[in-house]
Design a binder for this molecule. Structure first.
Ligand SMILES: NC(=O)c1ccc[n+]([C@@H]2O[C@H](COP(=O)([O-])OP(=O)(O)OC[C@H]3O[C@@H](n4cnc5c(N)ncnc54)[C@H](OP(=O)(O)O)[C@@H]3O)[C@@H](O)[C@H]2O)c1
Length: 259
């Protein structure tokens, strides 16, 4: 077990599965007390199970807090419960996200709202309440889990791409305005990860997990899909005291995909 995040209290939204779950595990492996958050995964026990496994495996404190980040009230409660339990929050990873497909012409108001409510409204209000707490305790670090689609976006991800573009602005806004108070914000450009959500989406489109990896091998210059662990290495650096002078950056972990 490492110590790069020893004693830090870290909230990971959308940690019941996929990239967030991997990030939560690896942060715990570096000594962080981790808050697993989400609506509770596919089978109503995922979040509790992740927290339990982390506690057993890493002998660090871990807590599942159920929160649907698509409302300001839920984001507020998530941060408040964290502070009630652990006394502070040092790190926030805005990872919860949804990525239903839809081109500009296919995007309904309902689809747009679903995507924006989670991907940017959730990230914005979790950031708001985390900053409010970090101001009281002397600072902290926020990591925005972004996407190559945040820069322009593929045709069938219109609302998603725009929501990630807004997250990119959120990152720069926080970095520019809270460095004096010791609060940092950095963005990770995720390449392509075979998370549970990504696999399910492709299965619905008739693409198997094996075919997904084959397709990625051709498209990604490094020759493979990235993993949740690849993302977690970047997150750990950005949450740790190794990066106290790093804010407002955009760290690509893409294997060269869409650079
Ligand atoms: N996979 C990729 O290739 C890829 C590429 C670029 C960017 N990303 C980004 O990486 C992040 C994680 O994606 P993933 O691939 O790991 O997806 P995933 O497997 O579908 O996991 C998404 C997570 O978000 C949570 N979530 C969804 N709606 C939520 C809500 N309303 N409130 C709270 N939590 C919610 C889910 O938990 P519950 O179901 O328990 O709520 C789940 O834990 C997203 O922000 C995504 O945009 C992924």
């Amino acid at each position: 077990m490492g110590t790069r995040l020893a004693g830090k209290v870290v909230v990971v939204t959308g940690a019941t599965q996929g990239i967030g779950k991997g990030i939560a595990y690896m942060c715990a492996g570096e000594g962080a007390k981790v808050i697993i958050s989400g609506r509770n995964g596919r089978n109503e026990k995922d979040g509790l199970q992740v927290a339990q496994n982390i506690k057993e495996e890493y002998i660090t404190d871990a807590l599942f807090i159920k929160a649907d980040v698509s409302s300001e009230e839920a984001c507020k409660r998530l941060i408040e419960k964290t502070v009630d339990h652990f006394g502070r929050i040092d790190g926030l990873v805005n990872n919860a996200g949804v990525f239903p497909r839809g081109s500009m012409l296919e995007t309904t108001e309902e689809l747009f709202d679903t995507v924006f409510d989670v991907n940017i409204k959730g990230a914005f209000f979790c950031t708001k309440y985390a900053i409010a707490s970090m101001l009281r305790t002397g600072g902290g670090s926020i990591v925005q889990i972004g996407s190559t689609n945040g820069y322009k976006g593929q045709k069938d991800l219109a609302a998603y791409s725009c929501s990630k573009g807004a997250m990119l602005t959120l990152n720069r806004h926080v970095a520019a305005n809270y460095a004096e108070e010791g609060i940092r914000s950095n963005w990770i450009t995720v390449g392509w990860v075979a998370s549970e959500g990504e696999i399910e989406l492709h299965e619905r489109m008739g693409v198997t997990e094996a075919q997904l990896h084959e397709q990625a091998k051709v498209e990604i210059p490094s020759g493979r899909m990235q993993t949740a662990e690849d993302m977690a290495y970047g997150v750990i650096y950005l949450l740790s005291d190794e990066s106290t002078q790093v804010t407002g950056t955009e760290l690509g972990i893409t294997g060269g995909h869409r650079v």
